[in-house]
Design a binder for this molecule. Structure first.
Ligand code: ADP
Length: 623
């Protein structure tokens, strides 16, 4: 748009009123001719540009323009003139002293009365302050955007229509959905949480929480179907942002969760191995109990404990965990002892789960079953070796016993045999002399000694057989046995004026009734034989001690010296040569009690102080 200068003439800058105005003007003013050559600049123009009016004349004004903007501004200026368009541009002035000033340049044509362009007039406004602020603001905004986009934290914001309006690079990286796919998309939520139940549950929870939560874990489904664990924090309530209904940040915990899960699995596996070693190191380990324990310990160590079950097959025996069932998803490992397969551990998953990287089971689970079978195999080896050792010990003890037995037999039978031989010689002699009376006496002596020998041989056979014939499988009422033994010996007890007292109750035991009766009868028989000063009394009872019940037959007879506490239980060991006995009774008792898993011993305070014969049994029933 051209302006008429008719009232002022073509060059108003010579006129007094203009000079005054131009002098006080806060903006720079310039005039050019029709070609754009500068004719006049005011004081302010010179201040901003750092040039003198003379330097500005002609094309000199172009030097005031910053060299980076000069070409562009010159071209635009020429274009405005050419097209008869007003000129407007933001650019920089640069003074010869190096001072740079942002300006807005405005210019338009000056027309004569008949509408012909006579020149141009324009202003230069110093906008340096606001322009610098604007540039700084733009830089700040760019930096802020870069940080938001590039920070390794997911940033989201919803607008007031509940549509996503911010979705940064990290959000796109984690989920695989780009900003253009998510921003403004009314189905963004369905994409991230495709399971409607889960989505509803989480959104209901959100209604309760509102826009203020920290590290609230969500499981988002990424575009490639992978599930991502994200901890969201929303601080919109305390830090609202204009234009955003709510906003927050999210941290990708997926790898952390995976590491946590792996750690958890490792802890379960270690716990399993630890429990296994604790069980394996129990004293007096029972192999069956141990193997049952192992199948119970295994399932909790697996990734899906609820659907995992275990089975061990060992020497035709089968041990199974609770609710065991065979399925197509199976892991197994052999149990072997000294290189020989002795059994098998099997693990079944009763359900098919999402295939893991390593198939139905984790790689670690495959390693774990091998480790478990190694440990179990070792334990079985130890137990079997111990059993072998125990058998060897028993065999050694038996051999020793047999040797002693043979020695005793030969010694014990030699004496009467020598006596028989002596009497036989005498018999021959008497017969030769026709002394039938003496011969008869010799024959009687021989028969008497033979009878004793027979009795002794019978006792020996009895003792030798005891280990084999005992069947400790009856449930025996011990009180009944005692009554029976007392009845059997009632006459002799009464002849010896022995008063027998007994406990009111006795427990039931597991044992061979006949043999246990023999024990009590033998002990009572000894109490009668080794009677002491009047009044004679025998007490039969039982007492409870930690972990055992002790049965006893106590008399107030001649007693036993401490040094004989063990020897009296040896075969044919007798302390009193003149008493009526053969020294086999206590050895037989010892054999019977030990065959019942018990122990027998004597307690006595010495000679004349009575004896108490005590014993335990392997299985006593509690009430
Ligand atoms: P026996 O009685 O036939 O000699 P035992 O084996 O029963 O053989 O006993 C071995 C020895 O133990 C006996 O010779 C006796 O010296 C001693 N003895 C057994 N019972 C008693 C008792 N109640 N009081 C004192 N000594 C006993």
């Amino acid at each position: 748009m051209a302006t008429q200068f008719s009232e002022c003439g073509p060059t108003p800058f010579n006129q007094g009123w203009y000079k005054a105005l131009a002098d006080i003007s806060p903006v720079g003013i310039f005039f050019t001719d029709v070609e754009g050559n500068c004719l006049h600049v005011n004081r302010r123009w010179c201040e901003i540009s750092g040039l003198s009016p003379a330097q500005a004349e002609g094309h000199g004004w172009l030097l005031a323009i910053h060299e980076e903007d000069r070409e562009n501004i010159s071209a635009r200026w020429q274009a405005s003139i050419r097209n008869n368009q007003p000129f407007w541009a933001e650019y920089r002035f640069s003074s010869p002293q190096g001072k740079v000033t942002w300006v807005v340049g405005n210019a338009r044509a000056v027309l004569s009365e008949d509408g012909i362009v006579t020149g141009y007039v324009g202003t230069i406004t110093d906008i340096d302050k606001s322009k610098t602020q604007l540039v700084a603001l733009e830089q700040l905004s760019t930096r802020f955007k870069t940080i938001i986009e590039q920070m390794p934290v997911l940033l989201f914001a919803f607008d007031h229509q509940a549509r996503l309006c911010v979705w940064n690079n990290e959000a796109a990286r984690i989920t695989g959905y780009t900003a253009s796919e998510m921003i403004g998309n009314p189905e963004a939520m369905e994409l991230l949480c495709p399971d409607p139940d889960y989505r509803k549950r989480m959104l209901d929870l959100y209604k309760n929480k509102g826009d203020f939560y920290r590290n609230w874990e969500w499981q988002l489904v990424a575009k490639d179907g992978e599930v991502k664990d994200i901890a969201f924090s929303n601080i919109s309530q305390s830090h609202p942002v204009e234009g955003w209904a709510n906003w927050g940040v999210g941290i990708d915990l997926t790898s952390l969760k995976e590491a946590e899960r792996k750690l958890h699995e490792r802890v379960k596996e270690l716990t399993c191995l630890y429990k296994l070693s604790v069980r394996a190191n129990r004293p007096n380990l029972d192999l069956d109990e141990f193997l049952q324990d192992v199948v119970e310990i295994i399932p909790p160590a697996w990734y899906y404990p609820e659907t995992t079950c275990a089975r061990i097959v060992f020497k035709e025996k089968i041990f199974q965990s609770e609710a065991f069932a065979v399925s197509p998803w199976r892991l197994s490992s052999d149990l072997s002892v000294r290189g020989q397969k002795v059994g098998l551990i099997e693990i079944y998953d009763k359900e098919q789960h999402q295939p893991m990287a390593e198939g139905s089971f984790l790689f670690e689970e495959r390693l774990l079953i091998d480790e478990i079978s190694l440990q179990v195999s070792r334990t079985i080896s130890h137990v079997l070796a111990k059993q072998d050792l125990r058998l060897l010990d028993e065999l050694t003890a038996k051999t020793e016993e047999l040797e002693q037995f043979a020695h005793t037999i030969s010694h014990d039978l030699n004496t009467p045999l020598a006596a028989i031989a002596g009497f036989a010689e005498l018999l021959n002699d008497r017969l030769a002399k026709g002394d039938l009376g003496q011969a008869h006496i010799c024959a009687e002596r021989i028969s008497e000694i033979t009878g004793r020998m027979e009795h002794r041989i019978n006792e020996l056979l009895k003792l030798a057989k005891i280990g084999k014939i005992i069947e400790p499988t009856d449930e025996v009422d011990f009180g009944e046995i005692i009554d029976e033994a007392i009845n059997a010996l009632a006459q002799r007890l009464s002849d010896s004026c022995i008063k027998v007292t007994k406990d009111k109750t006795f427990p039931k035991v597991l044992g061979d009734r006949e043999r246990l009766l023999e024990v009590i009868e033998n002990l009572l028989d000894n109490a009668i034989k080794y009677i002491g000063q009047q009044p004679n009394q025998v007490e039969i009872g039982c007492r409870s001690e930690p972990g055992q019940t002790v049965f006893f037959v106590k008399d107030n007879g001649i007693g036993v010296r401490e040094k004989h506490f063990d020897t009296i239980f040896e075969l044919f060991k007798r302390l009193d040569k003149y008493s009526n006995g053969n020294g086999a009774g206590l050895a037989i008792i010892k054999r019977i009690i030990e065959a019942h898993g018990g122990r027998v011993w004597v307690e006595s305070e010495g000679l004349g102080k009575g004896s108490c014969f005590c014993f335990t049994l392997g299985h006593v029933f509690s009430d």
